[in-house]
Design a protein around this ligand. Structure first.
Ligand SMILES: [Zn+2]
Length: 307
């Protein structure tokens, strides 16, 4: 498994964005044979008067990942494209090790999954409009090819529901104004976020307010609450920091509550308030991506990372 050095709480930073704004992943090279975030910061970026470093992740020749920024931080990777881009840099100058490529593939696949992006959304620095550079020093068509197919080093966990009769759908449903009305806890989450009356019924008023919410957040305005809207809600929840009150884990009988709904909203799984196998698997995946202990349990550390 990829070794992670987490320096996110120490790096200088300024602006943030909702995760729903991220539509591209950029690959860079450092154009050096060595160095890390601090070498680049002190040697280059600070002198340029930057408030924030260049990359979210830096991959060393031995495959170790230096995790520099949370994805909601806007970094200085490519002028005019930073608001929508997640930046990953490989230390090297047009030459990279097998360990680096393996780590890049793993990290990029995780990011693609997290932001709902496809191989075509993974671009080399020089493929962005207006960029004039040799970076990332590799044929991106080959890179994108390596991201397709099922040879992901990040194995999907197969989980079986142990308790019968509990909803365990892994995909969030699309909420829309249809007859009969759609009802549920997920509707309430949306209503709370858009400022509608919280009755759990997706009607005309909810649709109207979802449209307004979509307009405010720069999303497609269709009145349908899907992954984009839930992503924006999750990003918004992050800012409001709900208080940690108890250890959340998979138990028999299952734990249930509003705090579990909040976790589910962040993780993008079906919001039913039950701490079941899907939620546990999503927590494990989150922990792996965050570089913290992977136990499928939301304790104080995981809670603080989530929110
Ligand atoms: Zn670059």
């Amino acid at each position: 498994m990829t070794k992670i050095i987490d320096i996110r709480d120490r790096t200088p930073k300024r602006s943030t964005r909702p995760l729903s704004r991220i539509t591209k992943i950029a690959r860079h090279h450092s154009a050096t044979t060595g160095g890390d975030f601090w070498a680049f910061w002190n040697g280059r970026w600070k002198g340029l008067g930057w408030n924030t470093g260049g990359y979210h992740e830096i991959i060393f020749p031995d495959g170790t990942v230096q995790l520099c920024y949370d994805p909601n931080v806007i970094t200085n990777g490519i002028a005019n494209h930073n608001t929508i881009t997640y930046h990953i840099c490989l230390v090297g100058n047009g030459k990279f090790t097998e360990a680096q490529e393996k780590a890049f593939e793993e990290r990029t696949k995780l990011a693609m999954k997290r932001f709902g992006l496809k191989e075509k959304d993974v671009l080399g620095h020089k493929e962005f409009s207006g960029a004039s550079t040799a970076c990332p020093g590799i044929d991106m068509n080959k890179v994108r090819l390596s991201l397709t197919g099922n040879k992901s080093p990040v194995k999907e966990e197969k989980v079986k529901p142990q308790v019968k009769g509990v909803q365990t759908s892994s995909s969030q449903r699309l909420l829309r104004n249809v007859r009969p009305y759609m009802r549920g806890a997920d509707v309430e989450v949306v209503q709370r976020a858009v400022g509608a009356k919280v009755d759990g019924i997706y009607g005309d008023e909810t649709e109207r307010l979802v449209r307004a919410y979509q307009e405010q957040h720069g999303l497609i305005i269709d009145g349908i609450a899907g992954p984009q809207v839930f992503g924006a809600i999750a990003a918004g929840n992050k800012l409001s920091k709900p208080k940690y009150s108890r250890l959340l884990r998979r138990t028999i009988p299952m734990m249930r509550g509003k705090d579990i709904e909040a976790v589910q909203a962040i993780l993008g799984v079906a919001i039913d308030g039950w701490y079941g196998p899907i939620t546990e698997a999503a927590v494990r995946e989150f922990q792996r991506a965050a570089g913290i202990m992977v136990d499928g349990i939301v304790g104080p550390q995981t809670w603080n990372r989530l929110f």
